[in-house]
Design a protein around this ligand. Sequence first.
Ligand code: FAD
Length: 397
Amino acid sequence: MVPSQSYEVTITGGGLGGLTAALALRQRGLRVTVLEQAPLLGEVGAGIQTAPNASRILLGLGLRRQLEAIHTEPLDQVRRRWQDGRVVALTPLGQACKDRFDAPYWHYHRADLHQVIREACLDPTGPGPVVTMHTATRVVELDRTRPERPVAVTDDGRRFAGDVLIGADGVRSRVRELIGAPDTLLFSGEMAYRALIPGELIAADPATRWLVDRFQSTIWYGPERHLVHYLIRGGAYLNVVACVPCTDEVAEKWTVPATPQDLVDAFPGWDDRVPAMLSKAKENVGCFALYHRRRDPVWTDGHVALLGDACHAMLPYQAQGASQAMEDAAVLAEELGAVTVSGVPQALRRYVDRRAKHAGMVQEASLQNKTFYHFPDGPEQRARDAQLRRFDGESDL
Ligand code: FAD
């Protein structure tokens, strides 16, 4: 529904959550401005998966043609045991997923997905006014002298007024602080190595060729750590995420560069296929401390609201952080798109009512996977593996 009166929404943060919200709001006829602190709008060089819940939203935003050009589709999700690579469970994806959920399970390079959404925000032929984007624009203060016209103030003194301000500024959200929401940040004690391994190196070695013979989304479970890998850009890269106990240095600095050898060393004694794969990482291995947020329902105050990691940062142990931000974006646009400016506070409260409980459940489930994925060998691990076998193919996404 297009509102009878268009009004202005300012979004702090041009990540996947902020840009999806910008596009969804644009399509409802609202005038949107995105403020991004980075000098260039983009994403880290890594992969991302969208399960049907997020794919459905992106397709609903009219992005099918563009997503079909950039996605890679896994045929199954495979869960393997650390020591010998034995398959614990296998869930068919591909067509089986589309048949069951009427939406696909897709993988992308993050930069490609970000670019597709960004270009749709700026496409002059699209519905609604084109989104205005300001890079190198860091929001540090909020002026709410007129509560119905919040003003985002930048570190160089620029002022951006709008009828609504959305804080989509990530796990260390400044907007969250500025509306006085509780400090819910938690350190998980874990960190993630991320690497992109060229597919041609994988294909050239008989020890790793199996990785490109069948496109799969794979999780290896082991004591205190797990490993995720999948192909992106049609097999041009293998995306690897390796989650292990965090070092003090990474906990303090949040992000540090790492070497391929660090990655190999993090999985001592694992099945030979693991070091064979990880040793092919050539460059750009990054290591990131994993922070998340405690579940909390304070997402809005008057004409200001939070979205994505700013309100429900979660461990990446269900690959749902960006996907939940996309769900936020869709619901936010439905609510704001259905009211005139006088109805904004109520629309934002309805947005929170519709989203906070579900996102909180996904936060908790992701946290539970920290234990579930990392059992040492023994009775709990055997019970888990039996449970995975029983629920094979029964994901509810
Ligand atoms: P962000 O992506 O953090 O974007 C916030 C933006 O705000 C940034 O561009 C930042 O520069 C900007 N910003 C911050 N402060 C300011 C300021 N003061 N002024 C202006 N701009 C500001 N999720 C999935 O759905 N699928 C996956 O497969 C998946 N895999 C993951 C793997 C790993 C290893 C990790 C760590 C996470 C993964 N996630 C995944 C989670 C996902 O990356 C995040 O949940 C998602 O990026 C959050 O999006 P966001 O837009 O809320 O925040």
